[in-house]
Design a protein around this ligand. Structure first.
Ligand code: HEC
Length: 143
């Protein structure tokens, strides 16, 4: 009688097995979430690296370049001064831009400076176009 009472009922054994199985499943799932996180992090890194590489490569047609020169003189110039020597916005001269890397300038152009009137140009400019403008401003040779 005592031995019978000590034995768990078959239902309880099943329940324990199911619990054990779901703990296993949860572990496997946690492991795959981890793997997915690592994969995401790797993919993000790859994207950033690729993005940086892309920021360097600017092969634009002369029509594109003419459009960009116009945009810089007219749109950027409306804040940064018609000669880009400063206005509401800071000067966009090579000397003034020395504190920034090429990538930083590209990102300022694409994303703007939050909390200031400097708007993001991503809706209007591709990364290659922003990179081309950044190089022209850094070298002070906007045609
Ligand atoms: C509506 C006004 C406005 C327009 C249009 C504008 N900017 Fe700006 N820009 C600013 C202001 C204001 C700042 C300074 C933000 C700050 O206080 O850091 C700035 C900052 C910058 C900087 C960083 C300068 C530095 O030394 O901190 C760059 C580069 C820049 N703008 C490029 C451009 C380019 C290129 C365009 C055109 C595609 C453009 N901006 C159009 C207002 C403008």
């Amino acid at each position: 009688m005592m031995a019978m009472a000590a034995r768990p009922a078959p239902g309880a054994v099943m329940a324990a097995r199911v619990m054990a199985a779901s703990v296993m499943t949860a572990r496997v799932m946690a492991a795959s979430v981890m793997t997915a996180r690592v994969m995401t992090a790797l993919a993000m890194t790859a994207l950033v690296v690729m993005g940086t590489a892309r920021l360097q490569a600017a092969e634009l047609s002369s029509a594109d370049k003419a459009r960009l020169v116009n945009l810089v003189r007219e749109d950027c110039g409306s804040c940064h001064g018609l000669t880009l020597k400063g206005g509401l916005g800071k000067p966009l001269t090579p000397d003034h831009l020395k504190v920034w890397s090429h990538e930083q300038i590209v990102l300022i152009i694409l994303d703007g400076v939050p909390g200031t009137p400097m708007p993001p140009w991503r809706p209007l400019l591709s990364e290659d176009e922003a990179a081309w403008i950044a190089t022209r401003l850094q070298q002070g040779d906007l045609p």
